[in-house]
Design a protein around this ligand. Sequence first.
Ligand code: ADP
Length: 378
Amino acid sequence: MTIGRDEVLAALSRVRAGSEPLPGSGRLSEIVVDPAGRVSFSIAIEPSEAASFEPVRAAAEAAVRALPGVAAVFASLTADRPAGASARSPSPAPGAAPRAGGPPRPQAIPGVAHVVAVASGKGGVGKSTLSCNLALALRAEGLRVGLLDADIYGPSIPKLFGLGGRKPRLISGRIIEPLDGFGVRVMSIGFLVEDEAAMIWRGPMIVSALTQMLREVAWGDLDVLLVDMPPGTGDAQLTMAQQTPLAGAIVVSTPQDLALIDARRGVAMFRKVEVPILGIVENMAAFACPNCGHVAHIFGHGGAEREATRLGVPFLGEIPLDMAIRETSDSGRPVVALEPDGVQARAFRDVARRAWARIEGGARRPPPRIVFEDGASA
Ligand code: ADP
């Protein structure tokens, strides 16, 4: 039996937001029900209302979960603020901890030492391919690694790890267990909702879905959690960069001039929210001919490195345009897991080592504080 929007609305009309039923309060987003019976919606709040509306969110979720035919409920609080405005005076994400002597920063994730964004100014530059193989390369260094696929416009991490169609398990209450991808703990919005559902989410809803995925997944103890960000440098990305407790960002670019302009925008975006740039990676840098092994720099050589120098950020290395990288990606057997000592894996592992040196060197910080839902901290 599948559930319809009307039944969801009827259930939500028994939940009160202040003095009114939730559906009439003007706070309820569109309700998305996917064919598998998973329901998602968000409740709009002012940033200051996060704590007082958490019980409303929980009640709404419980009311919908109780309906027959509902497989899962994805309810979130959304603080809808223009990103430009909030960049100057950041508003706390729900549950964010105030930082003494500075603007509020997102709260760290207990057990996770470093959260690192992998970003690009535009799509199709190999950001997901790099995220996947970089995670595996860091794993090959003996690190405990997680990968969160936050690229809601095209979540490709499930496919890259050969985990397409798999569903994560709910382990207690709202907490989801990540899936295992060759030793990397993997979570993707693609495991939770159908592609079409994610596509119609508004920017702020994307941000709160990400916040939920960061905090309601049993990551366990991790040395590093990579976040495959959605491509681009729009408001959704900016807010996301701001509301995620990032130790740093890696920006991926291809050698073409246009892509480098996008990379520049990416660097500028993270600077705006004061997230350190760990470096630029040049993907599809040179073409390695599968027949003769000849390497050709089709778009010239050294552009990304020069650009990195010009921008004053480190250059983390280059990944060749290589048939084996594309083929292994498409077949869900990533090259670094498949042939960790092969020539392609070596390129990713070099980048991983440089990135890790930067993460460890630059991102030391005090242990995370434990912060409770109501904003009190221990
Ligand atoms: P993005 O995440 O930036 O949209 P993807 O990682 O999905 O990009 O890559 C886009 C396409 O390019 C995919 O088909 C992928 O297999 C291919 N690709 C990415 N990097 C390389 C590379 N270094 N060599 C060959 N193909 C690549």
